[in-house]
Ligand binder design. Structure first.
Ligand code: F6R
Length: 636
């Protein structure tokens, strides 16, 4: 069977993909604004179904902008929110009431009696009638004209958790573990997240005349793929949207990365067979057939939608060799370049033999967790290695850990007769604050400073272990992070200046930065944005022409195998040494403050991931290593 141009359509819901969540949010906001204006012209109300969570924030920000700058009025809008935690007071900062006021209602001219969010304060005995009345209110207005949805990593829409029936009504639901752990960040830990919520039922959502589901970031990619390409199943409530006549999923590129049209584009359309595409096709073919690259045959190419590629090369043998060699050339034990060696096919330049290296670590432990083996090699191979810790990481330190250290300072002073009133005062203040601290409450400035210092000492300890002199450690304390809460400020001028200054100071030949796109609101992505902006600003500086930037991934994800441009192998001993380096971060061991759904310790995540990368190389037919760290070069 020859299927060079299969044009298979795997997608069962219309989708649109935007370069960024900003562009996508603007387009969704425009659709909502157009609907509001159309209804205004007709003298009618626009009945909107609204969602909360991180996804719609930029949509609401754009609607506010349209209101403030372009005169969009919300006077004819009536809105119904999807859900609310139960029990929940509307004045609580974690409530969806509060969220909606903060992110939309307080900034536009929607009348106070025109928006509805399920009430999390009603008594258990009235929930049923309350939910029926909520639906009736929507029905009486003629139903929802537009429903905005986010999606949970478990496929929930609203809080309709996996298992929700297609005809389910508005009701009280028990939240599942994934939902609660994802919400743990906002509540200062899983234990504080309510177990229940009121949610609009699937039936009412499906009755909306138009539905737009938005999803950003790599972490939503697997569930979006199942929603768009998989069967309709109760286990993925979002898949019900396949049966809606006017639903659409809007996503950004990093979320779309898991779709077949991105993973195997040659099955959709003709593609340009450049080397990255060839590598992608061949590695995909080998891994899906569970064969090594050099074992692929003409038949394998022909039978799997790659006859066009085969026709260009003539023989599988030629493609296989070419790709095999390219993958082989990504492997190096010399991440800083091998001195006096021919570097034509090596990932890094041989010269200068001793490089200045600047590792950006978003949190104080990402350097060792994500690239500990490479970090150690760079030091051992004589490069001048600097580490710039971008944020203080203070919110991830537990309260009792902070107390332990304050107590240590007080006892140390007492023991060596260094009695100091200021220390005593600080101890009593911090102790007093922590004793009375409410669940999820923001830390006092002193406690935050102490928590930050704990992480500084751990990072210094790792650097000592790896062999980086103290003067080469740079603690940037980027201001965007210092809110004391999970929610951070946007990057500001000061952040860019701090990052640009450390690059200018070190004048590195190599920069390493976390290229994590898993969570578009996450600290890693923001830290990367700051590095990229700083690199743009420094573009004209003479040292920049010799500066290469390598991106590593955070603790969870790894680069797709075909994208990897440098793979640094590790022996079993080197894996063990990296583990010891990670152990220096004691405050992040044995269950961290923001654990999420992944119960593994950071060293376990790192080892699992590095072993998995090595195994993939091995499956493709390359040598067997214990573990590998992978990098992609950033081209500005
Ligand atoms: C919120 C809601 C939820 C969220 C979903 C995704 O009103 O109904 O379904 O849309 O949990 O949340 P984020 O956008 O925070 O990833």
């Amino acid at each position: 069977m020859s299927n060079g141009n299969l044009h298979i359509n795997f997608e069962k819901i219309p989708i649109s993909i935007f370069a960024s969540s900003e562009d996508a949010s603007k387009s969704v906001a425009k659709e909502i604004a157009d609907l509001i204006k159309l209804k205004q012209k007709e003298g009618k109300k626009a009945i909107l179904g609204l969602a909360t969570g991180s996804s719609p924030k930029k949509v609401y920000a754009e609607l506010i902008r349209l209101h403030k700058q372009e005169g969009l009025s919300f006077k004819n809008v009536i809105s119904f929110n999807l859900d609310e935690y139960y029990p929940m007071q509307p004045a609580s900062p974690q409530s969806y009431h509060w969220f909606m006021k903060e992110n939309l209602f307080d900034h536009v001219d929607i009348p106070k009696d025109s928006y509805f969010v399920p009430d999390g304060t009603i008594g258990m005995d009235t929930v049923k009638s309350y939910c029926a009345a909520y639906e009736k209110k929507i029905n009486d207005l003629g139903g929802l004209d537009f429903q905005l949805l986010g999606i949970g990593r478990n496929g929930h829409i609203g809080f309709n958790e996996p298992g929700s029936h297609i005809d389910s009504l508005t009701r009280l639901i028990t939240l599942d573990f994934t939902t609660r752990s994802d919400a743990g960040l906002d509540f200062g830990g899983l234990a504080n997240v309510p177990r229940k919520a009121i949610t609009l039922g699937i039936k009412k959502i499906m009755q909306a005349k138009r539905i737009v589901l938005i999803a950003w970031g790599e972490h939503k990619s697997p569930i979006i793929r199942q929603t768009v390409e998989g069967p309709v199943v109760e286990q993925i409530p979002a898949s019900y949207l396949q049966g809606h006549p006017n639903a659409q999923i809007v996503m950004d590129e990093s979320c779309a990365a898991g779709l077949s049209r991105r993973k195997t584009p040659w099955l959709f359309d003709s593609v340009e067979w450049d080397m990255p595409m060839i590598k992608k096709a061949v590695t995909n073919l080998a891994l899906s057939l569970e064969k090594s690259v050099l074992m692929l045959t003409n038949e394998d190419y022909n039978e799997n939608g790659l006859s066009e590629l085969l026709a260009r090369y003539g023989e599988a043998y030629d493609i296989n060799i070419e790709v095999f060699n390219r993958i082989q050339h990504t492997i190096t034990g010399w991440p800083g370049g091998k001195p006096n060696a021919d570097d034509t096919h090596r990932p890094e330049r041989a010269n200068p033999a001793r490089k200045r290296v600047l590792i950006f670590s978003p949190h104080p432990d990402d350097d060792i967790i994500s690239m500990g083996g490479t970090f150690q090699r760079l030091v051992d191979q004589g490069h001048e290695v600097h580490v710039a810790y971008q944020t203080s990481g203070n919110i991830a330190v537990a309260d009792d850990e902070a107390l332990r250290f304050i107590e240590f300072v007080r006892d140390f002073n007492a023991r060596f007769a260094l009695h100091n009133e200021a220390t005593d005062k600080m101890y009593f203040e911090a102790n007093g604050f922590l004793e009375k601290k409410k669940k999820g409450e923001k830390d006092s400035e002193a406690v935050r400073a102490i928590k930050g210092l704990i992480r500084v000492s751990e990072a210094k300890n790792t650097c000592r272990f790896v062999g980086v002199p103290q003067e080469n450690t740079h603690f940037l304390n980027m201001p965007f992070y210092e809110t004391g809460m999970v929610q951070k400020k946007p990057l500001g001028e000061e952040d860019y200046t701090i990052v640009a200054n450390v690059i200018r100071e070190v004048k590195p030949h190599q920069i390493y930065a976390a290229g994590d796109l898993a969570d578009p609101h996450g600290t890693h992505k923001v830290c990367l944005d700051a590095v990229i902006e700083a690199l743009h600003r420094l573009k004209k500086e003479p040292f920049m022409k010799d500066c290469w930037t390598w991106l590593y991934k955070g603790a969870w994800a790894e680069w797709d195998i075909d994208l990897i441009e440098m793979a640094v192998p590790m022996s079993p001993d080197q894996v063990m040494r990296k583990r010891m380096g990670i152990f220096k971060h004691q405050s992040q061991k044995d269950g961290v403050v923001y654990q999420g759904t992944d119960a593994r310790e950071f060293w376990q995540r790192a080892e699992d991931r590095n072993q998995a990368t090595a195994l993939l190389y091995n499956k493709l037919g390359l040598a067997e290593y214990a573990a590998m760290e992978a990098f992609v070069r950033l081209k500005i």
